[in-house]
Design a protein around this ligand. Structure first.
Ligand SMILES: *Cc1c(COP(=O)(O)O)cnc(C)c1O
Length: 498
């Protein structure tokens, strides 16, 4: 196995506080050429920030080098494959960045009068229409700022609609393979969560749904493909069962990558769906950066969409606030505008055929990995999957090597580890989502790395227990880090660091 990580420059870098030297500045000003006035006259003390204790005093060069050096410690999608399952870490084409930085987009004010930003409103309207077309739904809001925010928005609409019909109902049904945000959103919206088990084929048990679906249930929250990467084949039947009792189907469409251009959730009975633009429609994500979780709905829920909505009046686009049944605003302005610009740029550069190819290649790549590693790693659900593949550490754990060891060792081979220990229904899960942007040669290197690690588990388990070896930091003591986090720097505290 070739060492991909050799010869990477790697600089030592102290904390910015430790770089501080009294009196250093990042700027210099010309001598004052107007009369000097006391600061209190210009800005009352109560409006001024107090001195920040130990605020670093550094030059411009110090700042730039500090953050540039830190950036070289980071693994990113621009450096290599990032197979984090359920996160869709695809490469983000730079053209989207160029478009998002165009002056008319980047520098327009969120509350600019509509007549001065008709182009931007048109862009939002176009994106709503395209997302409705992709999902097979009737209307879309772009307001929610992330997937979980979209879930809450969708559930609030369901609650509003059911309340109007006389009873908001009490429960939300969620399969045991769901993302943790689903039960959290349901609870936040005031619903009790009831879990539905998956069957041995990795799909939600329809029999269990039939027994749990009552007129107390507001909706079923279903992820499709689910977090095992498996398509819920019974979706139409499932929708029938839920609708018959007056409930809604909420689809978690965070991972739409496998469905693009192939099937539309709206055509199989879904009533509400959120999408994660930062996953499927390329925004650099991770690290808590901005995202977008648009929600698409069927006609029955349209009146409840958050406001304001864009409407056309006398040939001009404007914001309509007068929608009495709306759940109201869920975010300032109209969502994370520049993320929406990136998504539209991505969709238009791919085109319909390109989007379909995205889905086909994402599925092909995941199944190529599944096929190549089958036998070396346990496959709890051996059938072909969609955009991701889930292995477990069942074979390696007999050698006392576990998922965490495998994930840490992958870093030595120059890869970001996959998602681990999720979904919870697979013990010791390794959840791998390569996405469509990886070439065969990159996939082959990743497969080779995992093959080497399977061999190392047989030959030298200790090597894996201590991994990673070649990256900047060795294995962290996660228990101490969680129990005694060091969150604030004070002079001398660097000496106490573990
Ligand atoms: C990522 C993800 C979410 C949550 O999305 P955020 O943007 O992180 O809030 C929800 N459901 C599924 C299936 C996901 O993969």
């Amino acid at each position: 196995m070739k060492d991909r990580t050799r010869n990477q420059p790697s600089f030592s870098e102290p904390l910015i506080f430790e770089r501080s030297a009294a009196g250093k500045r990042g700027y210099s000003l010309r001598p004052l050429d107007v009369p000097r006035r006391p600061l209190d006259e210009l800005l009352p003390p109560e409006l001024r920030r107090e001195q920040i204790e130990h605020f670093p005093e550094v030059s411009e060069v110090d700042v730039i080098r500090h953050f540039t050096r830190l950036s070289t410690w980071n693994y990113s999608i621009d450096l290599g494959m990032y197979p984090l399952g359920s996160c869709t870490m695809k490469y983000n084409p730079k053209i989207n960045e160029v478009v998002a930085r165009m002056e008319g987009f980047a520098r327009s004010h969120p509350y600019q009068p509509p007549e001065l930003c008709q182009g931007n409103l048109q862009l939002l309207q176009q994106l709503e229409e395209i997302l409705a077309e992709i999902t097979g739904m009737d209307a879309v809001t772009l307001e929610p700022a992330a997937g979980a925010h979209g879930e809450l928005t969708g559930l609030m609409m369901i609650r509003a609609c059911l309340s109007e019909r006389g009873n908001p109902r009490k429960k939300v049904l969620i399969p045991d393979s769901a993302h943790g945000t689903n039960p959290a959103s349901a609870a936040l919206c005031g619903y009790q969560v009831q879990t539905i088990r998956s069957n041995d084929r990795g799909q939600m048990s329809v029999r269990e749904l039939e027994s749990l679906m009552t007129e107390d249930v507001a909706c079923l929250m279903l992820t499709n493909p689910n977090t095992l990467g498996i398509f819920e084949e019974q979706i139409t039947r499932i929708a029938g069962i839920v609708h018959e009792k007056g409930g809604f189907i909420y689809m978690d469409g965070a991972n739409l990558n496998a469905l693009l251009g192939i099937t539309r959730p709206g055509d199989s009975g879904v009533d509400v769906i959120h999408l994660n633009l930062h996953k499927t429609f390329t925004t650099p994500h991770g690290g808590g950066g901005p995202g977008a979780g648009p929600v698409a709905v069927k006609k029955a829920l349209e009146p409840f969409l958050p406001g304001p909505r864009i409407v056309e009046k006398d040939g001009t686009l404007r914001w309509d606030d007068g929608r009495p049944r709306s759940i109201g605003r869920v975010r300032a302005f109209y969502g994370n505008f520049l993320i929406l610009v990136r998504a539209l740029s991505y969709i238009l550069t791919c085109g319909p055929q390109g989007l379909k190819q995205v889905a086909e290649t994402a599925v092909l790549n995941a199944n190529y990995i599944r096929h190549q590693l089958n036998g070396l790693y346990d496959l709890p659900y051996p059938q072909p999957t969609l955009h991701e593949v889930i292995f477990s550490d069942k074979i390696q754990s007999k050698l006392n090597v576990h998922t965490l060891d495998i994930a840490k060792r992958l870093m030595d081979y120059g890869f970001h580890p996959p998602t681990i220990y999720f979904p919870l229904i697979v013990s010791g899960a390794l959840m791998i989502e390569p996405t469509e942007t990886e070439s065969k040669s990159e996939l082959d290197q990743f497969i080779e790395a995992l093959k080497s690690i399977a061999e190392e588990a047989r030959q030298n388990a200790d090597l894996l227990h201590k991994a990673p070896h070649r990256v900047r930091h060795r294995r962290f003591d996660e228990v101490t880090a969680a129990r005694n986090p060091v969150l604030r720097w004070t002079p001398g505290s660097e000496k106490e660091k573990v």
